[in-house]
Design a protein around this ligand. Sequence first.
Ligand code: AMP
Length: 227
Amino acid sequence: MSTHEAEGIRGDGGDSGGNDPRIVLLGPPGAGKGTQSSNIEAAFGVPHVTTGDALRANKDIETDHGTPREYMDAGELVPDPVVNEIVVEALADAEGFVLDGYPRNIEQAEYLSEMTGVDVVPFLRVEEDELVRRLTGRRVCPDCGANYHTEFDPPAEEGVCEECGAELTQRDDDTEDVVRERIRVYRENTEPVVDHYRESGELVEVNGENSPDEVWEDLREAIEGNV
Ligand code: AMP
């Protein structure tokens, strides 16, 4: 991938003028951003733009900076030019959006602000022990994408997808040592992004430790009250 198209596509950063909300969903790895972004997509009719999924689908693509896999499997951030390009392309025709997993550092936040304004930045707050429990127990279906948890949401038959019968797998970066590194990288790089949006007044904090339904209720209120 290259970044040569980026400059031409970036807008003026002003208001979109439309009614579709522009949402940046922040939170540490394992906070439930993917689940809640799907809820937002369904309820508000905006596309779910997730750099994590886009990178997973392109893990072995050769870029000027190596393959995304080299960074992802170690729990490190993929270099900004690779990630920025994904977001530029995804947002090119979007009026509203829910961004999940981006921006993850201050440079990406600055890049985003040149591309578009945002309406609200919900932040899902979850403590570290809970994140580790959630992530290390997560199992995914490689065929249909269904998610399970060994402790909180096990499938009827251990290791087998209830939806399609495929054998469940663990994400390469959900092992405990990589999870701890992802959380460290989050603290170092992404917490300053949280502070940045808190200072700009766009951040709305939501308790991410509640049940998914309760989190969704709070999140929906936070969005409706701010767009
Ligand atoms: P996620 O599914 O959001 O937890 O992302 C999985 C991995 O993809 C991360 O640990 C990073 O290696 C990479 N990644 C996702 N989004 C970004 C981003 N905005 N900047 C850099 N790396 C990212």
